[in-house]
Design a protein around this ligand. Sequence first.
Ligand code: NAD
Length: 476
Amino acid sequence: MNSYEELSLYIDGAFIRGDGRHEQDVFDPATGNVIGRLPHATQADLDRALAAAQRAFESWRTVSPVEKGAILRKVGELSRAKEIGRNITLDQGKPLAEAVGEVMRCADHCDWHAEECRRIYGRVIPPRLPNVRQFVLREPIGVCAAFTPWNFPYNQAIRKIAAAIGAGCTIIIKGPEDSPSAVVAIARLFHEAGLPPGVLNVVWGVPHEVSEYLISSPIVRKISFTGSVPVGKQLAALAGNHMKRITMELGGHSPVIVCDDADIERAATMLAASKFTNAGQVCVSPTRFYIQEKAWDRFMARFTEATRGIKVGAGIEPGTTMGPLAHAKRVTAMAEFVQDAAERGARIEVGGERLGQTGNFFAPTILSAPPDDAKIMQHEPFGPIAACVPFKELDEAIRRANSLPYGLSSYAFTGSSKNALRIQNGIEAGMVNINHFGQALPETPFGGIKDSGMGSEGGTETFDGYLVTKFVTQMD
Ligand code: NAD
């Protein structure tokens, strides 16, 4: 096993090391040690990636879905989950089992896109004249630019790549500079699987410089971004200036409604596991917990007990169930959320502080009863903090759940199908999970509404953002 991924650019089928380019240090968030050096693309590199993607598109668009699917399937088979997962743990921090699991689940994404790309159908529209035929064709949009984040560095990248190339597009991806090993590993897998040069290109750099350059290029026809709401809005505005298609997977502040008729023990146990996955750095992490009054004591007792059982440590250590935060700046952000809530009268039930002086460790934290105007109830923490508040009536909980501009995921626990229906109809979110966590599968659409984004990844919707519609009418 290599000590760490050999970091490089991947342009027109070639892996390119530093060779005098500016290089950025990559850190292990558990120790603060430098583990790699990442070369930044020069403007000439970006131009070469654009030219390669444009050239490759002319032939890739004509490749049959069976051949495209064969490459995608091979990538899934080749995935070196243990090695790639270990490198993700080293540069991102999550526990090894989570990192390896992320890579293994992505084989399923490849497999599913491989199969689904055979079903990119058009349609025939009945004509008004007997000698006319009318068709609707769906064609690949062209060269895509994608920008993916550090929290699921493998998953976020592979979903965009599989959708783009399955649809017949070519793609230039800028992954997360802080946690880059996963995207380089993906490029190696596609290379080994026989993807033609230029279909996939990987570049690195100063994020806003790279995105502004690529989005402004007339070669790029589609933008896909996963990250924060403010950056998503900037990129969407820039894409709008150039009339380019977008898919935006942005932040969330997922509400959880626990009704007093739910299986409270089960809900609290499942929620503690889900909340602290990836140290809460998950866009669909449950975050605002609305607990019906009669269930409050039972829920809090189990939820705090399960949270106290979380073992925080370096992701590489056996037995660790929560690793460090990916960045030092997130530790400061967590401390600010806790301080603000405490000043406004919230109780710190568990955690609430930084752990140790080395690495970016913050304790799994539960706050109870912060007011609705506390920062934690208004802004996505993107970290290991759960804020719990009581409610009386379900309508009140739904209203509070909908009160923010976010609309990504949502969760509810209830034993009543009537309540489940009210929640399903009333919640403003792209995803509603009732009595379990069932999202982010390859066959189900993943995406947000309101400020949380535009478009879906996965499900039969997965190729929509990468296709254009062409109407053809023909008279004999
Ligand atoms: P951020 O938006 O600054 O960065 C997220 C990712 O986008 C990073 O990988 C970054 O390199 C990249 N990025 C930043 N500016 C960019 C630009 N102008 N052009 C192209 N790429 C750019 O957020 P952050 O501070 O790194 O992370 C915290 C916030 O990010 C959270 O509040 C959360 O909302 C959001 N986030 C969301 C997801 C998600 O899955 N939706 C994933 C990661 C981060």
